[in-house]
Design a protein around this ligand. Structure first.
Ligand code: SF4
Length: 347
C-alpha cells in the first residue's frame, strides 16, 4: 500500500506557457475582448478558467472579432500569420516564448547563410509549423527509422530542433549527420526547461517504486518523461487528469509513488493526482491524510517559478462584460473540437 507521494521539482507550466496564459488573462482583465489563437495549452481546466474570464480560443484569425486582441501562444506563428493579423486590424499580444523566438531567429540566419536545414521535430506540431514559416524548405524529421531515407547528402548542412525534443535524440541525429555533410552546423535549441524536467523526473523515479506522469496523451515531452522512468527501471503510467486513476491495482506493491508532468500540465493537476493516488491506493493513514500529504509534496516541489499563474482573480465586471460579448467573425468561439483534440498537444 502507498505510504507517500513525491512530486518532481520544477514541474508545472514552463515559463513560456505561463507567460502566454498570464498575458491573455491580463488582456481580458483590462477589459479587452481577447482571443487565443489555438489553445494555449491542451488542458480542460485551464481552458475553462480562461473562458470564465471571457477569453475564447479561436482556430483561425477569421474568427476574431474586429478590433479585438489576439494572443499568440508560446509555440509562435509564421510571419504570414502575423502579417494577416496586422492586416485585419487586430491587436496582437505576442506570447511566443522567448526561447522559441530565438529558435526562429537562428533558423532565419541559417536560411540566409544558405544551409540545407534539417529540423528535428514533430510534423504539424504548432511550434514546428511556426518554424517552417522561417525556413519553408527545411526537412522535418522525427522518428529515427525515417532519418536515413529523408536526410540527403549535402555540402553545407545545418541541424536545429524543436524545443521539446529529447536531448539524446538530437545528439544521435547530429552523429548521423556528421557523415552526411562536408560542413555541418549544429544549433542546439533543446529548451533548458525540457532538460531540467527530465533530470528532475529521473531523480524522483529513482526514489519511487512507481511513477505517474501527467500530461496530454499526444504530448511528446510527456511521453518522453514516461520513457525515462522506464529506463530508470521504475514502472510508470501516463494519465491526463486525476480522474483517470480509477484502479489502485496499477500501483502493485508500491510504497512510494512519484508524480511528474509535462510542460503544459498545471501544478494544480499534479497535486490533484497526488491526492488521488493516496486516496485510492494509500494505506489507511495515507487515505485519511491524502490532501495533507499531497499538499506537502507540492510544497516540497514547487518553486515560485512553477506556479501556474502569478495573477489573481479577474475583476468581476470584466468577466461579466466579456461573457456578454459574443465572438465576432462567424461567431464560432470554441473550446475543443474533436479535431483539435486530435492535434498534437500544445507542448
Ligand atoms: S518548453 Fe521551453 S521553449 Fe517551449 S514554451 Fe516552454 S520554456 Fe518555451
Amino acid at each position: 500500500m502507498i505510504e507517500d507521494v513525491r512530486i518532481a521539482r520544477r514541474t508545472g507550466f514552463c515559463y513560456g506557457v505561463r507567460e502566454a496564459v498570464d498575458r491573455a488573462k491580463e488582456s481580458a482583465d483590462a477589459g479587452r475582448r481577447t482571443h487565443t489563437l489555438g489553445q494555449v495549452v491542451h488542458n480542460e481546466g485551464v481552458i475553462a478558467d480562461l473562458e470564465s474570464r471571457g477569453i475564447a480560443t479561436i482556430a483561425s484569425l477569421v474568427d476574431a472579432a474586429e478590433g479585438s486582441t489576439v494572443v499568440i501562444r508560446a509555440h509562435g506563428v509564421t510571419p504570414a500569420v502575423r502579417a494577416e493579423a496586422a492586416g485585419r486590424g487586430l491587436e496582437v499580444i505576442d506570447g511566443t516564448c522567448s526561447w522559441v523566438i530565438a529558435e526562429q531567429r537562428q533558423l532565419q540566419r541559417l536560411v540566409e547563410e544558405g544551409y540545407s536545414i534539417v529540423l528535428l521535430g514533430t510534423p504539424n506540431h504548432p511550434e514546428v509549423v511556426g518554424l517552417l514559416g522561417f525556413a519553408p524548405d527545411a526537412i522535418v524529421v522525427d522518428d529515427e527509422a525515417e532519418w536515413d531515407a529523408k536526410i540527403p547528402r549535402r555540402k553545407r548542412m545545418a541541424l536545429i530542433t524543436q524545443s521539446t525534443q529529447p536531448p539524446w535524440k538530437f545528439e544521435r541525429l547530429a552523429t548521423l549527420m556528421v557523415g552526411r555533410a562536408h560542413e555541418l552546423k549544429i544549433v542546439n535549441t533543446v529548451c533548458p526547461v525540457t532538460i531540467r524536467r527530465q533530470e528532475d523526473t529521473v531523480e524522483i523515479a529513482r526514489e519511487a517504486d512507481f511513477m505517474v506522469v501527467v500530461g496530454g496523451r499526444n504530448s511528446a515531452n510527456t511521453r518522453e518523461l514516461t520513457r525515462l522512468c522506464e529506463i530508470v527501471g521504475t514502472p510508470a503510467i501516463q494519465v491526463e487528469r486525476a480522474s483517470d486513476l480509477t484502479d489502485p491495482s496499477v500501483f502493485g506493491a508500491a510504497r512510494i509513488v512519484g508524480v511528474t508532468g509535462g510542460t503544459s500540465t498545471p501544478i494544480e493537476d499534479l497535486e490533484a493526482v497526488a491526492e488521488r493516488i493516496l486516496a485510492t491506493g494509500g494505506t489507511r493513514v495515507a487515505k485519511r491524510r491524502a490532501h495533507e500529504l499531497a499538499m506537502a509534496a507540492l510544497a516540497a516541489a514547487a518553486t515560485p517559478a512553477g506556479r501556474t499563474t502569478s495573477l489573481g482573480e479577474p475583476p468581476q465586471a470584466t468577466v461579466e462584460a466579456a461573457a456578454a460579448t459574443p465572438p465576432a467573425g462567424n461567431g464560432r468561439a470554441r473550446t475543443t473540437s474533436p479535431a483539435e483534440a486530435a492535434v498534437p498537444a500544445a507542448r
